[in-house]
Design a protein around this ligand. Sequence first.
Ligand code: EPU
Length: 429
Amino acid sequence: MRGVEAFRVQGGSPLIGEVRVRGAKNSVLKLMAVALLAEGRTTITNVPDIMDVDIMARLIERLGASVTFDRAARRLDIDVPAELEQRADYDLVRQMRASISVLGPLIARLGVADIALPGGDAIGSRGLDMHLAGLERMGAKVTSEHGYVLASAPERLKGAPIWLDFPSVGATETLHMAAVTADGTTVIDNAAREPEIVDICRMLTAMGAQIEGTGTSTLTITGVPTLTSTTHRTVPDRIVAGTWAVAAAITGGDVRIVDADPQHLDLALDKLTAAGAEVTGEPDGFRVRMTDRPTAVDIVTLPYPGFATDLQPQFIALNAVATGMAMVTENLFESRFKFVNELIRLGADVRIEGHHALVRGRERLSGAPVVATDIRAGASLVLAGLVASGETLVTDVHHIDRGYDSFIPDLQRLGADIERIPAPIDEAV
Ligand code: EPU
């Protein structure tokens, strides 16, 4: 589907000023699923006003909850009834892979969950195998039919030791959401340690869950009979904060990034410093200044605390205009270099060899029409457009709207020459 809007960017203005970061997309979507674990009203604050939150709201409403989103206050009130529906339909799940995060809460509350498989995934194949194998270890029966995965545990789930092959964010979340009300103790080894996982553990703990090892790679969860609803503030979005940091550096700007936690970005900010930026901590966030052309920096993506794959495209854009040459290695998602062809349309010199990208910095990029292929690719193309000479037109911006709250107004406030326009009619046949 082609987006109906586009961003028109005129390159050349350094970004200067202050920008505020809201709560993390990759946390809040799961916190909304966590709310399903307790009857009553759960309130989530610091919620980003992004498309994925609207999709998740529709999904949990379909399951029986009522959701009120006060966009101005960035607050969600979720009322969860005693009875929930067990089925998450394909029309919503296909729009957002994170829909899978209702699997854990549904099986915990109802003993059964019937979830459409996100596009392209088959049961047991890469993508969901660790989620499902973990549930099976806890006594669930898992089958797949007509594009749906059906998990059932008519008796309560039973606590079990679980070793993940890889510290998967999604599998860690599904399994700890399922384990909080299971019978006995679950130990998840090689668990993911992302700040968003810590956020979910904190909310679950406030609801009465017993979790040890929060923030470590071993989570020990002792099941309790029921959880109670709570009020929770979403952790700041480190990927959005990191995107602003690169935006400041790539444009030779000076930006204070507030309501952000620089500790969640240690490695990325260290790379920016190596690229020549001046990064300073501030009580409510951090500041990034850049005066010279950046120096190219090597990047290797890994699970947290390694370098975030969700910042890889933005750093490729930075390297594309840097002095020197850098190797960027992507270890999490094999298709994450897809956007590089678009960057090349802007004049970038990037060669892909398997999961490595060799980037030779160019003094100048030149504006052109490009297509956003996913959220972070889209952000990266906007960053490149900010420094390209002339006009860049980014289409399919619905991808960017999935994860960036007030992106265009914030860029405009910082001095960027950018606007949202109706997408030109696609004449290609
Ligand atoms: N994987 C499996 N089997 C599984 C689970 C995962 O093979 O059972 C594979 C995946 O196919 C992938 C890799 O392991 O190749 C990483 O997957 P992981 O489960 O860690 O990631 P995720 O939960 O699908 C979340 C974020 C991503 C982010 C990754 C890694 C959400 C909604 N998504 O995905 O965010 O890149 O963790 O940090 O939380 C984004 O925001 O742009 C984004 C893609």
